[in-house]
Write a protein that binds this ligand. Structure first.
Ligand SMILES: [Zn+2]
Ligand SMILES: [Zn+2]
Length: 158
């Protein structure tokens, strides 16, 4: 996407087009599930003087109008992404924090029905799948699986 398209995107949400907002949109586009620090670093590549506050403000505004989606898996800082409105879900690695998109679990939103809807008209389900990513599964550098010496074998004869 080029800067003009981001301008059009902003205008279509009745937002004033500012350099910061365009740069923040571009940053979130390039770095899906980026945290605020990553967004700031990326924005500074094109706008070296931008302040933390300006980036926070832009992220907040863009999230509020729905141009950016904010997710926050428990134990993680807020992450931002441009894939919005498609009811997709996330796989989160417990070990390294990697976040991967997964499509709606049955194909159309909402993909899950609560056991009791309590009278709500449900239109979205947000699911976080927790586990270990392929790297962490094969890496063996995890803190808990340093099992170099095998456990004492039980001696069969007494
Ligand atoms: Zn991992
Ligand atoms: Zn996502």
């Amino acid at each position: 996407m080029h800067a003009e398209d981001y301008s059009a995107t902003l205008r279509s949400s009745s937002l004033r087009v500012t350099k910061q907002r365009v740069a923040v949109l571009a940053a979130v586009d390039t770095h899906p599930h980026a945290d605020t620090e990553t967004v700031i670093r990326s924005v500074r590549e094109s706008l070296p003087d931008v302040s933390h506050q300006a980036v926070y403000d832009s992220l907040h505004t863009l999230t509020e109008v729905g141009l950016v989606r904010s997710i926050q898996p428990s134990g993680s800082v807020a992450r931002y992404e441009r894939r919005i409105g498609d009811n997709h879900h996330h796989l989160v690695c417990r070990s390294c924090g990697l976040i991967v998109d997964v499509d709606c679990t049955v194909g159309h939103a909402p993909c899950l029905s609560p056991s009791h809807d309590h009278g709500f008209a449900v239109d979205q389900a947000e699911v976080t799948f927790w586990g270990l990513c392929p790297d962490c599964r094969s890496g063996g550098s995890g803190p808990s699986d340093q099992g170099e010496g095998s456990p004492e074998p039980l001696s069969p004869d007494v």
